[in-house]
Design a protein around this ligand. Structure first.
Ligand code: SF4
Length: 388
């Protein structure tokens, strides 16, 4: 069939070096399941990470806000300018998203497309309109309905997205502004604060989330902010006055600065890192897994995670993973035999079909019983002989 993709062979996790540091943005997820963070560092798996619409849209939203702040800081106020902030934000968002999609296209050209890659043009990406509207609303609430500054700066499609996290200086001074690299003195906690601003009564650190909402995003964002506060204090001797979590377009959530609690969280994280390194030293990767519906449903490492398969976890959101041998292919329907049962799988959502006789693992199918279907969040992998 036209435009058909081929299925990738399931990669094998490689040996992972010890955890030297952790990003504040992944710290909460790391405590829920350390194995997930270990897989994230595995270069051999990185190649097989589909480019998702959520990641593209989230990056575009972040970079739009960054460029709006940069314009506000760098311009003289223009009283007579009557442009609506929403229009300016929309233009900046469109430009950022186009640039990111051009970058994506170069990556896909080099490695080929995988099931799960969101390959649509910018305005056709799933949830495009929703995220763009959230950014517009947030910009208008932050800067006012009328935009009184110059044009936001544009990056070209090959430019870098701000200072690198790992390039954070060792000096104690911390800049104010957007995308500020932070690193603890021992180098074990790193990150890039979305915004650090001074408002007359003290410093506020802000984190913006534009994609999924819900408790996990709030808990993870709050944990991230408290680690930034801890590093800020370590570097400057001062605690930030405020920590703001913006889960767009909802009103900001204030995360309390409680030094003792922040210290406890940081100590807990560092202890967990020590424990993980001890386990990695014994090459006992699977024991780092914490399989559960809450942890594994959103995890992109399920296809190669033996801890998940041994844990017999029931996924949330009616998602199903299944593996077996392909016994028949008719149109877009593949019949898979698994443990003596035949299951019909509509593969249209994958844009790929396995060959009869191949052994395949499907992830994140929808449906019930023996009638399942792939959608844009599903993936499928050819099983090498060592995989069951
Ligand atoms: S699939 Fe589950 S157990 Fe495995 S790494 Fe992901 S969250 Fe952890």
């Amino acid at each position: 069939m036209e435009g058909m993709r081929s299925l990738p062979t399931l990669p094998r996790p490689s040996e992972v070096p010890l955890l030297r540091f952790i990003y504040a943005s992944e710290a909460w997820a790391f405590l829920q399941c350390p194995l997930r963070a270990v897989f994230e560092r595995d270069d051999s798996l990185r190649t097989f990470r589909p480019v998702s619409a959520a990641a593209l849209l989230g990056s575009a939203a972040h970079q739009t806000l960054e460029s709006l702040y940069a314009a506000q800081r760098g311009s003289l106020t223009i009283e007579s300018d009557s442009q609506a902030t929403r229009v300016v934000a929309r233009g900046a968002f469109d430009a950022e998203l186009l640039r990111l999609c051009e970058q994506r296209d170069r990556v896909l050209e080099a490695r080929g497309t995988l099931p799960g890659d969101d390959v649509q043009r910018p305005t056709s990406l799933p949830y495009h309109a929703l995220v763009r509207a959230r950014v517009e609303v947030f910009a208008a609430s932050r800067f006012g309905p009328a935009w009184r500054w110059g044009s936001p700066p544009r990056r070209n499609s090959r430019s870098h997205a701000g200072p690198a996290i790992d390039a954070a200086p060792d000096a104690n001074a911390i800049d104010l502004g957007m995308e500020i690299p932070l690193r603890s003195k021992d180098g074990r906690i790193r990150g890039k604060a979305d915004s650090i601003v001074a408002d007359g009564v003290g410093v506020a650190i802000e984190e913006f989330k534009s994609g999924a909402r819900g408790n996990r995003v709030r808990e993870s964002g709050a944990f991230q902010l408290t680690l930034y506060a801890s590093v800020f204090h370590e570097r400057t001797g001062e605690w930030p006055r405020r920590l703001w979590l913006h889960v767009l377009p909802a009103p900001p959530i204030e995360v309390q600065v409680v030094p003792e609690e922040i210290g406890r969280r940081r100590a807990r994280l560092l202890r967990a890192m020590d424990d993980v390194n001890e386990t990695l030293g014994r090459a006992d990767l699977a024991s780092l897994g914490r399989p559960s519906g809450a942890n594994c449903t959103s995890c992109r490492h399920r296809p190669w995670c033996s801890a998940f398969r041994c844990g017999h976890v029931e996924l949330d959101d009616q998602r199903i993973d299944v593996a077996g041998s392909v016994v028949r292919v008719e149109g877009w329907t593949t019949t898979l035999e698994t443990r003596g049962t035949q299951i019909a799988i509509d593969c249209r959502g994958l844009g790929a079909l396995p060959a009869v006789g191949s052994r395949v693992r499907f992830c994140s199918l929808r449906g019930v019983g023996v009638q399942l279907a792939a959608d844009r969040t599903s993936s499928a992998w050819l099983l090498p002989t060592h995989e069951g």
